[in-house]
Write a protein that binds this ligand. Structure first.
Ligand SMILES: Nc1nc2c(ncn2[C@@H]2O[C@H](COP(=O)(O)OP(=O)(O)O)[C@@H](O)[C@H]2O)c(=O)[nH]1
Ligand SMILES: [Mg+2]
Length: 296
């Protein structure tokens, strides 16, 4: 979180607060993509606390901020988290969607590793049929994890998904993870294709897909919010994984997400965060921990 980290670090270590102190904090929150409404609300809370001398020192305000953000973010925490639950389904089918370059394929590699460490047998499906390179990239993750991959030379994502379901049933795989090609939620034909993939999966295995996961690049700011809304509207997401939160100043987008979905009954919860390109760089999302990382 570099630049922001430094600013916040020195803010919270300063000896007293004044108008400039609050202004700098406000600017930092905005820079980290917390978003205007949430920033304003947080600043109001902090200023009021300082005024009433409930929390006068920078340290006390830091603790208050961490607490307030943690409470906000807890609405996006999955309890229990399906990544750690005993599944009622075999195979349990995970469909992974998102825009190009968000980190879908990499995240699938990490998820595969995660499930295998729970001694669950994983099968991968190369549903990104647009580019041969995409198939190869997933193949590499399959090899790295020592699992099999269902793919087709030609054929569309729905055909691959259909095949993969039957392969997973035949092999008694515990988890099937289906990759898809990146797309913008504004590309209607491509969104229709995803809906078809979902339908085909449900026909091949009633009740599936059990998880529809949006992989979101944590650096996409306010655009990330629109992505979540649009994919959720089209597919009914069950979860989110926010990637590239290593070495970024933009981690505040999760606060903006929490604020956006605060009053929604049905919202995708954040299951995990991507914190690097390696196979182990996936951490379960914990609101309290995240909040204190953000402001420490
Ligand atoms: N630093 C960092 N890079 C990531 C993370 N997740 C994915 N990437 C990188 O982002 C790029 C795109 O990832 P990829 O999985 O191909 O995205 P896809 O197009 O959504 O499948 C690759 O260079 C990945 O190594 C992450 O959590 N942290
Ligand atoms: Mg990919």
């Amino acid at each position: 979180m570099f630049g922001l980290r430094k600013t916040l670090g020195s803010l919270f270590k300063s000896s007293r607060t004044d108008e400039a102190w609050f202004d700098t904090l406000e600017e930092s929150l905005l820079q980290s993509d917390v978003g205007l409404p949430t920033t304003e609300r947080l600043m109001e809370t902090l200023r009021a606390a300082a005024k009433s001398e409930k929390a006068a020192s920078p340290e006390a305000l830091q603790a208050l901020l961490i607490d307030a953000v943690s409470t906000l973010l807890s609405s996006l925490e999955a309890n229990p988290n399906p990544l750690f639950m005993q599944s009622a389904h075999q195979p349990e089918v995970w469909l992974v969607v998102g825009v190009n370059g968000a980190g879908k394929t990499t995240t699938i590699g990490k998820l595969c590793h995660h499930f295998q460490s729970q001694e669950r047998a994983v099968l991968l499906a190369a549903g990104d049929t647009f580019r041969a390179a995409a198939r190869n990239q997933l193949k590499e993750w399959a090899v790295r994890n020592g699992v099999d991959l269902v793919s087709q030379e030609s054929g569309d994502a729905a055909a691959v998904a259909h095949d993969a379901i039957h392969a997973a049933i035949a092999r008694k795989s515990d988890v099937l993870i289906i990759d898809t090609a990146g797309r913008l939620a504004t590309q209607d034909n491509l969104m229709e294709e995803l809906k078809k993939v979902k339908r085909v999966i449900g026909k091949a295995l009633p009740g599936a897909p059990h998880q529809i996961l949006l992989v979101l690049d944590g650096n996409t700011g306010q655009n990330g919010i629109s992505q979540v809304k649009a994919f959720h509207g089209a597919l009914g997401l069950t979860g989110l994984i926010v990637t590239k939160l290593d070495g970024t100043a933009k981690g505040g987008v999760i606060c903006a997400l929490a604020q956006t979905f605060q009053k929604e009954e049905s919202k995708p919860l954040i299951l995990a965060l991507g914190k690097g390109e390696g196979i182990e760089d996936l951490v379960a999302f914990n609101a309290k921990q995240y909040s204190s990382e953000l402001f420490n």
